[in-house]
Ligand binder design. Structure first.
Ligand SMILES: Nc1ncnc2c1ncn2[C@@H]1O[C@H](COP(=O)(O)OP(=O)(O)OP(=O)(O)O)[C@@H](O)[C@H]1O
Ligand SMILES: [Mg+2]
Length: 260
């Protein structure tokens, strides 16, 4: 009889809750949400941040930890501590800009090492930044560890929603609870008069969420200070913790912390 791949699921010792940040479409702001959420969650305990985007790791740069090298302690790798968050990324082990060409088995092995060979210690939250789509990394994640919640990030327009639906479908099929959807770059506040500018047209996201009984967890505005912060390696929640965008991330963290 074929074995059930979900039988391989094993908790990560010491880690209380695993939160996966996913999207169907690329470039909608998963890594931005994952980093700022991780920082906002510090208020509720010890936080780890795992960059599972094997093919395009962004977290070393976004967390201001470029060129840092994790040290090995026996068979275990010690994650990088940045802004009080334990960070691990394949980007710490390879040169930025070099391509990683891995087939399925190597990727599965790497995911195993992230979970089993990294000294995560006692964590209240491990936030996982996923690559876009519904491929091998996502599947291997949900098979290997019990993910408590998935957060699906999308931008407002239908072009992104079409792909977000696929990510939602994948989590539903694999039995992962979806905390809700984050609408990123939801609008922009005109600096001159404070009016909302709709950078992307509103699609059918709200009616889709209603029909699926899914929650919109946050509407995060577009603000160049968010992207500049990511480039500079100082996430907005760290540099301007009371700004509109940071308050959105903090509310998101609060919401998650209230979930059972
Ligand atoms: N709310 C925002 N305001 C301004 N810029 C943003 C916002 N959210 C994301 N960005 C910018 O958009 C770009 C894409 O964001 P990010 O890298 O987080 O997306 P991603 O979904 O992780 O992409 P990928 O699919 O490549 O992993 C980055 O330059 C980021 O700084
Ligand atoms: Mg990313």
């Amino acid at each position: 009889m074929a074995t059930n791949p979900f039988d391989q699921q094993q908790a990560i010792p010491g880690v209380k809750k695993i939160i996966a940040v996913a999207s169907g479409k690329g470039g909608v702001g998963k890594s931005t949400v994952a980093t700022n959420l991780a920082l906002a969650l510090r208020e509720f305990g010890n936080v780890g941040l795992l960059d599972a985007d094997i093919y395009g790791p962004s977290l070393p740069r976004m967390m201001g930890a470029l060129n840092q090298k994790p040290t090995a302690d026996g068979a275990k790798i010690t994650p990088i501590n940045r802004y009080g968050v334990k960070v691990m990324s394949i980007g710490f082990l390879v040169e930025e800009g070099s391509a990683i060409v891995w087939r399925g088995p190597m990727l599965f092995k790497a995911m195993d090492q992230f979970f089993r060979d990294v000294q995560w210690g006692e964590l209240d939250y491990l936030v996982i930044d996923l690559p876009p789509g519904t491929g091998d990394v996502q599947l291997s994640l949900v098979q290997k560890v019990p993910v408590n919640y998935a957060i699906v990030v999308t931008t407002p327009q239908n072009i992104s929603l079409i792909d977000a639906k696929k990510a939602i479908d994948m989590f539903e099929r694999t039995g992962v609870k979806i905390a809700g959807v984050v609408e990123n770059m939801s609008y922009m506040l005109n600096p001159a008069n404070g009016e909302k500018i709709q950078l992307y047209p509103k699609g059918e996201l709200d009616s889709y969420l209603d029909a699926k009984k899914l929650t919109k967890l946050a509407e995060i505005p577009f603000n160049t200070s968010v992207s500049l912060g990511s480039e500079a390696g100082v996430p907005i929640v760290e540099s301007n913790s009371e700004g509109v965008e940071s308050l959105c991330f903090k509310k998101l963290a609060l919401n998650l912390n209230q979930m059972k």
